[in-house]
Design a binder for this molecule. Structure first.
Ligand code: UDP
Ligand code: MG
Length: 335
């Protein structure tokens, strides 16, 4: 880390005498079957590729014995360590915790289910040595995902490209290599609603993409169902765009103009032609229309207020139940 960096070194790096060249950060949630396979694959791939490495697993409140598997792995290999959350906090937060505990000069983030091929790390390393600091993996295709999920994902990227305030590279996920500079920049971002895809892009630094083929999940099944993906998408849009708020304003303006015009129209009609109908249906329709618009606008404002509330509470991002393979004297300061 440079001398001028405003961020203190991570707890992990202070606890260790020497920092590895490469850290691998893996969020794990019920991946007891996948973890040992992942470790084997990493050992093979990384042998000779880097001078030293460490694996930092973040157990996101697993209930299937992942923690005991992690303990066994860590006992057999000092390069393997991890922290275990007090409950499930979600993948985004697990990644944030992993970055807090990784001490390498470069950090690779990857899934535990072997959908991110470890061999691609070698390409990441090549790019890193060529001077790139923020290297993202890009899915070559979304084969194996349902057409619905594929189309919704595409729609989200289009929407984000149109309204988001940051550019998201298409098909880039969490599989990436970040230089220490980028990691420290990310760790300095205080927000609680973490849409990391957006944050990675927001911090900038020399960036490049590497395409990779998504492999089949080894064991278990995906933890991201549609509902979760929708709320994830809204999180993303609302943390990187205020357009939803503007939509409410625009709608309000348009409706105000229309109602002024129609008021004038009805007034003139009554003056010149008199009134024969009580106008009950149009009254009901307009009342319903306006209350609808008001509720939508209130709802949008509410979403943002809710997020502001979450930020001002300043709760720690995560709570650690147990640490595996880290120096026991290290005091933890979750954000
Ligand atoms: N994961 C996590 N916490 C969660 C859900 C998932 O740490 O609440 C981890 C999971 O163990 C895996 C990665 O995030 O390593 C990706 O999850 P998954 O494979 O279920 O998602 P998909 O590949 O379908 O996007
Ligand atoms: Mg997966």
């Amino acid at each position: 880390m440079s001398e001028t960096s405003p961020i203190p070194p991570s707890e992990a790096s202070r606890a260790r005498a020497s920092r590895p060249e490469l850290s691998i950060v893996v969020p794990v949630y019920d991946e007891a079957d996948n973890l040992p396979i992942l470790v084997e694959r990493l050992k093979t791939v990384l042998a000779g590729a880097v001078s030293s490495w460490e694996l930092v697993c973040v157990d996101d409140g697993s209930r299937d014995g992942t923690l005991s598997v992690l303990k066994l792995l860590s006992a057999s290999d000092p390069r393997i360590s991890g922290v275990s959350f007090s409950r499930n906090f979600g993948k985004e937060i697990a990644i944030a915790a992993g970055l807090d505990h990784a001490s390498g000069d470069a950090v690779v983030i990857m899934d535990a289910d072997l959908q991110h091929p470890p061999e691609t790390i070698l390409v990441f390393l090549e790019k890193w040595r060529a001077g790139f600091l923020n290297i993202y993996g890009q899915r070559a295709s979304r084969a194996g995902e349902s057409a619905l999920k594929r189309n919704l994902a595409r729609a989200f990227y289009k929407l984000f490209a149109r309204f988001g305030e940051t550019e998201l590279p298409e098909g880039a996920g969490d599989f990436r290599l970040l230089d220490r500079k980028v990691v420290d920049a990310l760790r300095a971002l205080p927000e609680r609603a973490r849409f990391s895809k957006g944050l990675y892009a927001w911090v900038g630094f020399p960036s490049t993409g590497v395409t990779f083929e998504v492999a089949e999940r080894q064991h278990g099944e995906t933890k991201f169902r549609f509902g979760k993906l929708f709320s994830f998408a809204f999180d993303g849009l609302s943390s990187f765009s205020t357009v939803p708020l503007k939509i409410a304003t625009w709608a309000g303006v348009v409706i105000a103009v229309i109602s002024t015009l129609s008021a004038a129209f009805f007034l003139l009609r009554t003056v010149f032609f008199g009134t024969d109908l009580p106008g009950f249906p149009s009254l009901i329709v307009s009342i319903m229309f306006f209350s609808g618009i008001q509720l939508i606008s209130l709802g949008m404002i509410g979403e943002y207020v809710g997020r502001i509330f979450a930020e001002v509470k300043r709760r720690p991002l995560y709570l650690i139940g147990e640490r595996v393979g880290f120096d026991a004297r290290t005091v933890d300061h979750p954000r």
